[in-house]
Design a protein around this ligand. Structure first.
Ligand SMILES: Cc1cc2nc3c(=O)[nH]c(=O)nc-3n(C[C@H](O)[C@H](O)[C@H](O)COP(=O)(O)OP(=O)(O)OC[C@H]3O[C@@H](n4cnc5c(N)ncnc54)[C@H](O)[C@@H]3O)c2cc1C
Length: 360
């Protein structure tokens, strides 16, 4: 069955004319704000650092249908339809349809899930002439998620920022408080009284949610992605490589001649306690080693790095938590789901939702 796992039930005061504060102007908060505005809600979207500043920063992200559950594949298909709508509204493609290849540990499991979900895919081998990977020795078998591709994160941010427009305000939210049937949002410029609050604050979600009695995971980890120059000709695909004996990575063309590689390190070096500098050093060493050994046509010198925090130990999927006028959202790899998430969150805030909903 497609859909969320939910427990509890509740209603929220409001309807289309609800006054909503959205905390966070990353891709999730902006998507939700835009969808709320479309529904006629009175929205203020508050971000301490301005739009797309933390986990949503950077040029690009991978879009894929391939996931570990048929429900997530179905949700990703809905999200892809949302990307098509956003692209039309933005007047430019926000996803480059280059496909996404998956090799190694997840390949068979994700292929079985794609089959079960009725999603389009092919299986390809290392001799496929259209492989489109800058790799020295390609894996024996790869899942080709033909709907996958590369999201233009910068253009997405620009499009959403324009849509949210004057509803966007640069301001810290330092406290939340329940007041009658609504909520008070405390900012350094003074309090705001609203009917509902959506906490979409990325790394800032857990402390704010905890204040209003909502648990969301608080543990963070470091993650760094590195970009290298590539001379590889022809269209390049996105790639998730978990081949045995290699560092698990995700890779894609982040811009012309720019190949980005993120390493999924599983040791203490990227634990929160290790600190950002040490995590960056360890990640750089591991990714550089991978690039030297396994990639072809990619110069083994880091052009730039993109750092962010992640929620420690979370896989794909997303989670909603609600109490009274407050709804909090958390998850990892949320960019690809953004159009769908915006609609789901706007519906949750204006129409009410279960207290606990896990899309996994
Ligand atoms: C290197 C890297 C690679 C990634 N690769 C992929 C990928 O390939 N595919 C994919 O789908 N996803 C990917 N992700 C994950 C994806 O980018 C994130 O899950 C998504 O951007 C999260 O968006 P968000 O809006 O939840 O969080 P954020 O973008 O972090 O937004 C939260 C906002 O809240 C603000 N904020 C926090 N606390 C407060 C406060 N108290 N008051 C006011 N404002 C506050 C912050 O300033 C921030 O702007 C990647 C992330 C990174 C960094």
């Amino acid at each position: 069955m497609t859909g969320p796992r939910a427990t509890g039930a509740g209603t929220i005061r409001g309807g289309a004319d609800v006054k909503v504060a959205v905390v966070g102007a990353g891709v999730v908060g902006l998507a939700a704000s835009a969808a709320l505005l479309d529904r006629g809600a009175d929205v203020v979207c508050l971000d301490r650092a301005g739009p797309m500043a933390e986990r949503s920063t950077g040029s690009s992200r991978i879009f894929r249908l391939a996931h570990g559950s048929a429900d997530l594949v179905a949700l990703a298909r809905d999200a892809r339809a949302g990307w098509a709508r956003w692209s039309e509204a933005a007047g430019r493609p926000l996803v480059r349809d280059v496909g996404c290849l998956v090799s190694g540990a997840l390949t068979l499991e994700w292929t079985a899930v794609m089959l079960k979900a009725g999603a389009p895919y092919t299986m390809v081998g290392p001799d496929w002439p259209e492989l489109g990977l800058p790799v020295r020795r390609a894996p024996h078998v790869l899942l080709h998620d033909t709907t996958g591709g590369v999201i233009d994160a910068e253009a997405t941010g620009a499009h959403l920022t324009a849509r949210v427009g004057p509803a966007l305000r640069t301001s810290l939210v330092y406290a939340l408080e329940e007041r009658g049937t609504g909520a008070r949002v405390h900012t350094p410029d003074g309090p705001l009284d609203v009917d509902a609050v959506l906490i979409a604050a990325g790394a800032g979600t857990s402390p704010l949610a905890a204040e209003v009695g909502l648990y969301t995971p608080a543990g963070l980890a470091h993650h760094v992605r590195f970009t290298f120059a590539t001379r590889q000709a022809g269209p390049l695909r996105a790639w998730i490589d978990q081949s045995p004996g290699r560092l698990a990575t995700y890779q894609h063309l982040a811009g012309p001649g720019r190949w980005s590689v993120g390493g999924l390190l599983d040791h203490a070096g990227v634990d929160w306690e290790a600190g950002r500098a040490e995590a960056t050093r360890m990640s750089r060493e591991a990714v550089l080693g991978y690039v030297r050994e396994h990639l072809d046509g990619v110069a083994p010198a880091v052009l730039d790095e993109l750092y962010c925090t992640t929620v420690a130990g979370l896989g794909d999927g997303f989670h909603l938590r609600r109490r009274g006028p407050f709804t909090a959202v958390y998850g990892d790899n949320l960019f690809k789901f953004a159009p769908l998430l915006g609609d789901l969150l706007a519906a949750a805030v204006t129409e009410g939702t279960e207290d606990v909903v896990d899309y996994v």
